[in-house]
Ligand binder design. Structure first.
Ligand code: F3S
Length: 81
């Protein structure tokens, strides 16, 4: 399974991730991205059919704020860095 989380400390609200994976990422009131499937905790496995979209979002983020892992993030975007 794949897990994903947004590092909101580095997101610049560019909007690319929500375009690449609209079923996974949305934006808060400030335009910062967040994962909608688990309240941006990185604890819910991404639906398999959405994994390619999540990888596209990861590759397309200009600030490397879209994190992906095979293990849950437990709310910590930098857990595996
Ligand atoms: Fe932010 Fe990157 Fe998405 S800058 S809006 S997390 S593409």
């Amino acid at each position: 399974p794949k897990y994903t989380i947004v590092d909101k400390d580095t997101c610049i609200a560019c909007g690319a991730c929500g375009a690449a994976a609209p079923d996974v990422y949305d934006y808060d009131d400030e335009g910062l991205a967040e994962v909608v499937i688990d309240d941006n905790t990185g604890t819910a496995a991404v639906d398999g059919v959405l994994e390619d979209d999540v990888i596209d979002a990861h590759l397309g983020c200009p600030t490397d704020s879209i994190k992906i892992s095979d293990k849950p993030f437990d709310g910590e975007p930098l857990k595996y860095e």
